[in-house]
Design a protein around this ligand. Structure first.
Ligand code: SF4
Ligand code: FES
Length: 252
């Protein structure tokens, strides 16, 4: 492995290249009884991302490597994975920000059924999301030809939680979710928050009632793993605390 930054070769733009070792947790349900770790040495530029490394492996070394990705720019939320033990988006993790003097470990997110390599079954995650009714429910129809307006302050109340891209990095970093797959998980609560605190919505009571369940907000142990994992910088633990407070006070 090349680790001497000064001696590394460069591309036409002067960006240095390195050989980086990736150790990826592979699992093929048709062949493997258990997941296995496989090493790959990959030539990369410091400006490359972990997603570029996975593409290189898939396209040049082993086409059977399976992972999800779509936008490649931190918007679709499909490539959350554990990189060196931390949940991140592969498309937002630059090689230059990792310690390439050591191998980089990549594995699927935890707490959801493993399907193949870096792909998990997201259905339990989306089932919890659907349960909190993540859509606007006003009591009355809008007046013909008029928008439902709200003030800047009203809009700011839930601005942070509108940024969620449903990547599951938070939920799958939560130790409560690992041990109890029934827990709604941080992402569902974040998306409930987004509508509970929307002044145009009238179904907050319904959502608060749903989250006052034994598998709802009270399972949160405030470990902050979710906030640290969120690639959108959402204050996930704070949002959960606000929903807890709303359940207790009956006010939003
Ligand atoms: S809150 Fe953050 S980490 Fe959780 S699903 Fe949304 S974007 Fe991903
Ligand atoms: S590929 Fe879309 S967020 Fe990473």
């Amino acid at each position: 492995m090349s680790t001497d930054l000064a001696e590394a070769p460069t591309n036409d733009s002067g960006v240095q290249a390195y050989t980086v070792t990736f150790i990826i947790r592979r699992f093929d349900p048709e062949q493997d009884a258990e997941p296995r770790w496989v090493d790959y040495d990959v030539e990369l530029y410091a400006t490359d991302r972990v997603l570029d490394a996975l593409h290189k492996i898939k396209w040049e070394v082993d086409g059977s490597l399976s992972f999800r990705r779509s936008c490649a720019h931190g918007i679709c939320g499909s490539d959350a994975m554990r990189i060196n033990g931390r949940n991140r988006l592969a498309c937002k993790t630059l090689i230059k920000d990792l310690d390439i003097s050591k191998p980089i470990y990549v594995e699927a997110i935890k707490g959801l059924p493993l399907e193949k390599d870096l792909i998990v079954d997201m259905e339990p995650f989306f089932a919890s999301y659907r349960e909190v009714q993540p859509f606007l429910q006003p009591a009355k129809a809008a007046e013909p030809g008029k928008e439902r307006t709200q003030s800047i302050v009203e809009r700011e109340r839930f601005d942070d939680t509108t940024k969620c891209i449903l990547c599951a990095a938070c939920t799958s970093s939560c130790p409560v979710f690992w041990t109890d797959g029934q827990y709604f998980g941080p992402a569902a609560i974040v998306n409930a928050h987004r509508f509970i605190f929307d002044s145009r919505d009238d179904a907050a009571d319904v959502r608060l009632d749903i989250l006052n369940d034994k598998e709802g907000v009270w399972r949160c142990r405030t470990t902050f793993n979710c906030t640290e994992a969120c690639p959108r910088g959402i204050e996930v633990t704070k949002a959960i605390a606000e929903v807890k407070q709303a359940v207790l006070s009956g006010r939003r």
